[in-house]
Design a binder for this molecule. Structure first.
Ligand code: CA
Ligand code: CA
Ligand code: CA
Length: 281
C-alpha cells in the first residue's frame, strides 16, 4: 500500500511534466512570441482632419495618441517617409482639389518645419507608399493612377523631387498596388497587388524597377478587406500584412514568410471606419 502510494506520487508529476512538454511543443510549432520590436500604425480621419498613432508591440496596442486635429479638408495625409534622413518618419500630404503635395518634417510628435514638394499633380494620381526605389538611401514616393492603373515613382533627395519613372503601365484600374515590401529578401522593394473585385492578392518581385517574377498570394479575399500596410508585426525582419475592414472596422494581420502566409489573427475590432490606416513604420 505504501509502495503503491509512492509510485502514484512519482507518476503524477511525471505525467504533469509530460503534458507540459507536449503543450510547449504544440505552442512552439503553432504560436509565436508576442514580445516584439515596437512599431507604429499611423491613422488619418478625413472627416475631422485628425492624425493619430498607435504604438504597437507585436499585436498588442500599447499606447495611442492624437498628433493633430482639424487639418483643412482638401488636405489628406497620404503617407510617411523619412525626408530629413534622421530615421524619424515625416508626413506627406496631398491636396485633393489642387493636387499640391506637401510635407511636414517631424521630430516624433513635433513638427519642425513644413513645405511643398510639387504643385498641381493631376488628382487621378494617388500616393500608395514610399520606399527607396533606386537604392540611394533616400525614400522615394510611389504613385498609382486610379484610372489607368499605371504605377510611377518620384525619386527624392530629402524634400526635393529629382526625377521620376514608371514601375507598371497598362495594367488597368482593377489591380491596386497596396505596398512595396521586400518579399524575396534581397533588400530591395517588390510589389503587392490587390484586385478591386475578384479577391486576388498577387505579387511582383522587382529587379531594380523591372518586373522579375509574379505570382498569386491569395484568392477569394472579400473586397471589404483592404491590405493597408506591410509592417513587420512579429519582429522577424520580414514584412507581414495588415488589413482593415471597410465596414466592420476590424484590423487583422497575416504573418508572412515572403509570399506564404504563416498565421493570421485580429488586432482590433470595430474601429470607426472614418479612420484609415495610412502607413506603418
Ligand atoms: Ca531613393
Ligand atoms: Ca525584393
Ligand atoms: Ca514578420
Amino acid at each position: 500500500m505504501r509502495l503503491r502510494l509512492k509510485t502514484e506520487e512519482l507518476r503524477r508529476p511525471t505525467r504533469v511534466l509530460a503534458l507540459l512538454w507536449a503543450a510547449l511543443f504544440l505552442l512552439g510549432s503553432t504560436a509565436w512570441s508576442h514580445a516584439q520590436t515596437p512599431w507604429k500604425i499611423l491613422w488619418f480621419n478625413s472627416d475631422t482632419g485628425s492624425v493619430s498613432f498607435w504604438d504597437m508591440n507585436g499585436i498588442t496596442i500599447t499606447d495611442s495618441h492624437v498628433l493633430v486635429n482639424g487639418v483643412p479638408a482638401p488636405w489628406h495625409l497620404v503617407g510617411t517617409l523619412d525626408m530629413s534622413a534622421d530615421t524619424k518618419p515625416d508626413l506627406l500630404w496631398s491636396n485633393r482639389f489642387s493636387g499640391d503635395v506637401a510635407f511636414w518634417l517631424q521630430d516624433g510628435d513635433h513638427t519642425t518645419s513644413y513645405g511643398q514638394i510639387h504643385l498641381g499633380v493631376p488628382t487621378d494620381w494617388e500616393v500608395v507608399t514610399s520606399t527607396d526605389i533606386n537604392g540611394d538611401g533616400y525614400s522615394d514616393i510611389v504613385w498609382q493612377n486610379n484610372v489607368t492603373g499605371d504605377v510611377s515613382y518620384w525619386l527624392m533627395v530629402n524634400t526635393a523631387y529629382v526625377g521620376y519613372g514608371f514601375l507598371a503601365q497598362g495594367i488597368g484600374p482593377n489591380w491596386k498596388l497596396r505596398g512595396m515590401p521586400d518579399l524575396n529578401n534581397d533588400g530591395r522593394p517588390d510589389m503587392v497587388w490587390q484586385h478591386a473585385s475578384n479577391g486576388t492578392v498577387s505579387f511582383w518581385t522587382l529587379d531594380d524597377t523591372v518586373q522579375a517574377t509574379s505570382g498569386i498570394i491569395a484568392t477569394g479575399i472579400p473586397s471589404e478587406w483592404r491590405l493597408s500596410a506591410t509592417p513587420d508585426v512579429d519582429g522577424d525582419g520580414r514584412p507581414d500584412f495588415l488589413w482593415q475592414h471597410s465596414t466592420t472596422g476590424d484590423i487583422a494581420y497575416w504573418r508572412m514568410d515572403g509570399t506564404h502566409r504563416l498565421s493570421y489573427g485580429l488586432i482590433a475590432t470595430g474601429i470607426p471606419t472614418t479612420w484609415r490606416i495610412i502607413s506603418t513604420y
